[in-house]
Write a protein that binds this ligand. Structure first.
Ligand code: FAD
Length: 401
């Protein structure tokens, strides 16, 4: 019989449980609102000092990036230990210590592609939540066809000079640094792209927020006007950025989907439906059709979360995510949009509020969350594009098929 290191793992579980009992701040037991999301970074204002304390404690153990190497500040956990940590965090319903594009997207590719100096310089501050990153990929003429990007990066001898525009850059106005795709050769498409990192306070960088249908402004148009970037901030080879860009997208699709987009605005769909619609003599939602659709959705959502966990375990056991994460991204978007549709339907008129008296805070959060969920099938690659990836790279179909 295989040895799974059971005794050691049980000891690790006991230690972890004791550590969490000692270190998880009690005030974080309340549900996390959208404004409580712990993004970290230089500009971040911590509403609750305990959330910062939780970040600092988790970061000191390297548990904001539990499986990254200890030499850069990571937790150095094995995949089995990480699974135990995740289970223990779920058991106490712990809030995330850190939400971070650095952890979800950039860090994994730095570990694969960056020089030793770059790893030392950038990874520890990601783990500690000190630097908030944004993603400079999309441009007005380059979204699904990302390799059509035109932001120009010229070699000026002792530095690079960047001119151009990005769009839909999430939290560019809040971020400290950007990981950015730039064109370094106009004679080739994919082989003319490079991957650079720079500080958002560099002269010539400007981020202008764009208002979303939900009323918030989570993303920006980002302009670069003669931005000077030190040459040691290019990751990988000159004109070798496309492979890094694609790899990062796989991590992005895996990580933003793994949470199922966190849908539902914190409300329980069944409880909402029971309250708004009423219950029959058996205590069930008093609308057979809606009840059946909610039951089907809950079964799908449960199966989806189990599939995500299996895919995560498989990707940790192999060399990171594969093109199959496009299946998960596609399904996660569909699932979240469906959950919000059902929630708004169950809430009836209470699901149609925008502001003002007559609507509770969590009801308004559902309406806005429902509008925000429209973007789930666009961000991180549209559903159509993810289906193309599945057809080509997972099923091996040719273009004309
Ligand atoms: C909430 C949100 C956050 C985002 N955050 C960021 C960010 O931080 N950084 C960043 O760089 N970008 C970000 N984006 C941009 C996102 O990556 C792009 O919107 C997305 O890649 C689609 O590009 P596009 O908007 O140019 O649409 P287009 O590429 O113009 O697509 C328009 C339509 O055509 C379809 N289509 C295009 N090509 C094909 C094809 N080959 N086959 C079938 N259908 C096709 C698409 O599915 C879509 O329905 C964000 C977007 C959203 C909604």
């Amino acid at each position: 019989m295989a040895d799974f290191g059971g005794t050691d793992l049980e000891a690790f579980r006991a230690e972890t449980r004791a550590w969490l009992a000692e270190n998880y701040p009690e005030s974080l037991n309340a549900p996390m609102g959208e404004d409580d999301a712990p993004w970290g970074g230089r500009k971040f204002v911590w509403k609750n000092p305990d959330a910062k304390l939780w970040l600092d404690r988790m970061a000191a153990k390297g548990w904001t990036a539990p499986m990254w190497p200890k030499e850069y500040g990571g937790g150095g956990l094995s995949k089995d230990e990480n699974k135990v940590l995740e289970q223990e965090l779920r058991r106490i319903r712990a809030r995330p210590a850190l939400m971070s594009f650095g952890v979800w997207m950039l860090g994994p590719v730095l570990l694969e592609y960056a020089t030793e100096e770059q790893k030392q310089k950038f990874i520890p501050s990601i783990i500690r939540g000190e630097t908030r990153w944004c993603q400079g990929y999309s441009e007005p003429g380059a979204g699904s066809d990302l390799a059509a990007l035109q932001t120009k990066c010229e070699d000026k001898g002792d530095h690079f000079l960047i001119n151009g525009q990005k769009v839909w850059t999430s939290y560019a106005d809040q971020a400290d640094w950007i990981f950015c795709l730039v064109r370094t050769d106009t004679s080739k498409k994919h082989e003319g792209i490079s991957f650079v990192l720079f500080d958002m306070t560099t002269p010539g960088v400007e981020a202008r927020p764009i208002k979303l249908i939900s009323g918030s402004s989570p993303f920006c148009e980002t302009f670069f006007d003669n931005v000077k970037v030190p040459k040691d901030q290019m990751v990988g080879k000159l004109n070798g950025g496309w492979d890094i860009a694609k790899r990062l997208l796989q991590y992005e699709r895996q990580n933003i989907s793994a949470s199922g987009f966190g849908g539902g605005g914190g409300l329980d769909l069944v409880e909402v439906a029971k309250k708004e619609i009423g219950v029959d003599d058996q205590g069930r939602i008093d609308d057979g059709d809606l009840r059946a659709r909610i039951a089907a959705h809950r079964m799908d959502a449960h199966a989806f979360m189990l599939t995500v966990r299996r895919a995560e375990a498989e990707s940790k056991a192999s060399k990171g995510p594969s093109a199959a994460v496009s299946i998960i991204k596609y399904a996660a978007a569909k699932m979240n949009q469906e959950r919000y549709e059902l929630m708004v339907e169950a809430m009836g008129l209470q699901g149609l509020g925008w502001e003002g008296e007559g609507f509770a805070k969590d009801e308004l959060a559902v309406t806005r969350g429902w509008l925000r969920s429209k973007g789930n099938s666009i961000e991180g690659g549209t559903s159509e594009v993810n289906l193309n990836v599945v057809a080509k790279r997972v099923l091996g179909l040719l273009d004309h098929q």
